[in-house]
Design a protein around this ligand. Sequence first.
Ligand code: PLP
Length: 411
Amino acid sequence: MSSHIVGNHALTKHMESNILKTSQDAKNARIQNPMVIDATVGQLNKENGTLLRYLAVDRLLKELTDQEMYVYAPVNGSKSYSDGVIDWVFGKHKESILKAFQVNVIPTTGGSGALSNSIYNFNDFGQKVLIPNYYWTPYENIAEEANLGVETFRMYDDEYRFNLDDFERKAKELAARQGRLFFLMNDPCNNPTGLCLTTEQWRKMIAVLNEIAAGDIPVVLLHDIAYIDFQMKAEDQSRDIFAAYLDLDPRILAVVAFSGSKTFSMYGFRIGAQIGLSKSKQVMDDFKRVGDYSVRARFSSVSRPAMSVIGKIFANPDLKTGFKAELAEARLILEKRIALFQSCADREGLKYLPYGGGFFIGVETKNCRIFEDLVADGVYVIAMPGLIRIALSSVNLEDIPRLVSAIKKNV
Ligand code: PLP
C-alpha cells in the first residue's frame, strides 16, 4: 500500500523547464524595471508590447450569436471548421492529398491537445518518441504524462545542415529496439531554432520512414506545424513540404498537429486539430476510433467561440483574403525584427542558427549559467541544454541592439 497522496506513477513528476513560469518571472521583472528585455514569450506582440490581434478575428468574436458562442462544439468539428482546416493546412496540395489519402480531422484543445492525444494513443507505455535534440520542452512532459520517454538525434551536422544521417541512424536503431517508431518533428519554423526543412529533406526523411515500415514495423509521423503561417515566404510555398507526403508508405500513419493559437492569435481559446492521413482505410479507422474516444475521455470538446470564428474565416472567401493580408503584415513585423537581429549579430560576431521562419531564433552556448548571467544583465530568454531560445515575436525593434550585445557578452 502506498503512503503517498499522489499515485505511484506521478511520484517523479517535476516540471524541470517551465516556459510559462519563466515568462511570468520576466513579465514581473519588466514591471519593476521597464529596461528589462523579455524574449521568452511565444506570442506575437506589436511594437508597443501588446498582443497582436487580428481585426477579422476580433470583429467576428464580437458578432457571434449565443448559439455560436455558448453551446458545446461538435466533437468532430463543424463542417466549416473541419473542411476548412484541410484547405488551410494543405493549400494548393489539398487535391493531391485528398486523392492519395484517407483524411480525418479531430478538433483538439490547441496543438497541445493534438500532440498529447497522438503521443498517448500510438505508442506502448515505456517506449520512446524520436525528436531532434533541440525541441520545445513540453514534448518531454507530454511524453512522460503518457508513460513514455523521448530519444533524440542531432538536429544539425557540423556545417549546420539538418542532420539526416543521424536521424536515419537513430530512427532505425529505435525502430529495431522497440518494434515501433514514433517520430515527432516541428517544421516549418521550428521552435526553438527557426529551422525550416525543404521538400527534398522531407522526401529523404520519409524514405527512411518507408524503409522502416517495409520491415512491418508500425511507423507514426507526428508533424507539428504550430508556426506554419510565419515562414518567411508566401503561405502557399510554406505548404510545399506536403508534396513529399505523397511518397508515404500505405502502412504509415501521419498526424498533422494544427494550432489555432499562433495563426489566429487565439492562444487563450485552446483550439487546434489532429489531422490524420493514411493510405490505408484500416489505419484511418483506427485513428478515428481512438482519437474520438480520447477527445471524449480527456477534454470532451473544444472551444466553441474559437471554432465558430475560425470556421467563418475558413468558409468565407472575402474574410479569408482579408485575414491572409493581416497575416502577411504580421509576418512583416517579425521579418523586420529578424533582419535587425541578424545585422546586429553579424556586426558583433554573434553566431546564430539558420533561420527560415517562426517566432524564435536560436543561439548555441557553452555557458551553463547563461540564463542567470543574462538575467543579471536584464535579459530573459528560454535556456535549454546548449542553446538559448530568443523569442523575437515579443521583443520590439528598439530593444534588439541591446539584446544582441547582452547575448554576445554572455554566450
Ligand atoms: N508546438 C509548438 C512547437 C509550440 O511552440 C506550441 C505552443 O507554444 C504548440 C505546439 C502548441 O500550442 P497550442 O497548444 O497553444 O496550440
